[in-house]
Design a protein. Sequence first.
Length: 103
Amino acid sequence: MQLNQLNQLIHHAMAMNPGSRYPTVAEFAADLKKVIAALPSPASAPPAILQPDLPQLDEALQAAKEQQRAEARSALRCPRCGWELPHSARFCSHCGSSLSVPN
Ligand SMILES: [Zn+2]
């Protein structure tokens, strides 16, 4: 219905014979406004989903943190030389530096 009106309006505005066209822009605008007024309100359209899926994001973040913790548990490394050490170590057996890492 509105589409037909719009088509007629466009054909009117683009008529081969200039005399058949809208004589003024104001008249063209007035007809366009009538078509727009007949269109369904944009407020009734469902809102676009622009926000990220927060629960999914949080889940991914927790998984990443958990993986980091697992890696920290499996390997203790000397902050100075990077030597892999047992978790019970207080000193690096490679360079001798103290492992006073705050827990
Ligand atoms: Zn070391």
